[in-house]
Design a protein around this ligand. Sequence first.
Ligand code: KG4
Ligand code: ZN
Length: 329
Amino acid sequence: MYTLGIETSCDETSCAILKDYKVLSNVTISSLKEHRKYGGVVPEIATRAHLKSIDKVLLGALATAGISLGKIELVAATYKPGLIGSLVVGVNFAKALSYSLKKPFIGVNHLHAHIFAPFLNNEEKLKFPLLGLVVSGGHSEIYYVKDFDKIKLIGQTQDDACGEVFDKIAKAYSLGYPGGPAIDKLFDARYKDYFKFKCGRNRLNLSFSGIKTALIYKKMEFEKNNLLDKNTKIKLLSSFQGASIEAIVSAILEAQAQYKLKVVACGGGVMANSYLRKRLKESENQGIRFLIPPIGYTADNAAIVAGLGFYLYNKKGKTSGLMLDAQAN
Ligand code: KG4
Ligand code: ZN
């Protein structure tokens, strides 16, 4: 079955075509560059960029997959959570296509789609229950996944999301946007505990705002004394990356112990982080497995939306009516 997936929750306009779980195309245009000078995503700019790109992205996805629009049998789109103006573009585009093609439409929760990433291309076998770990620019959450239509939130950040803090710290250190890849590039494992930063953690819940403030104050302190050279920056940022990633790893290990579940499906933009990927792999033993998607499926993309949409339609008989609206939260 051919599924068209559409993702427009933030600054990526993305369309993908899947044949069952096989990704035939996954085409994305990002408005990232247009947000750079503001140090973060500007919702109005993102909305306008989606309007400008969505036709192009769809045509690109069809061309890469080598099929015509008439072959599409299911239209899946992210309907929550995200920036409302951005979501409205993708949801309305999907509903109009579904109506004109006379094919079913299904709205997909973007966060649940992130943890579907490891199952694309049948890379991993779906076996429930499992745990889900989403670490992205807007969310840091742990789920108990009884099935993909029965997902329970069991832990989350109490303030900023992990990726958001990477972005804010990078902005304070003049590393540009997005900050995650920039900090990851500077990361030197020798300095991961150099400064004794700590993230807040209470069982399965996390807090990143304290470490963000600490990094900003430390920078000001070093600057005041004219001591903020490149090496000090590397030590500070490596200590930040070390502490924030260790907090995530310990929270998910605690969730595994508490729920006695060995398999964790992982997703979200921060899953591209080299140290997080390494630490999760190192933590595997006694059947404990972290399903880490290829880097291309970690950040926002439509293949994960199409994959989950197809699963919910095919295995659970779910569809959404054309009355379904975009929801910010
Ligand atoms: O999942 P995503 O594309 O968008 C949201 O749904 O939020 O995640 C984007 C986030 C940004 O905050 C970005 O800085 C972060 O993922 N990110 C990283 C890395 N690559 C992207 N964070 C840490 N290390 C990375 N290598
Ligand atoms: Zn995302």
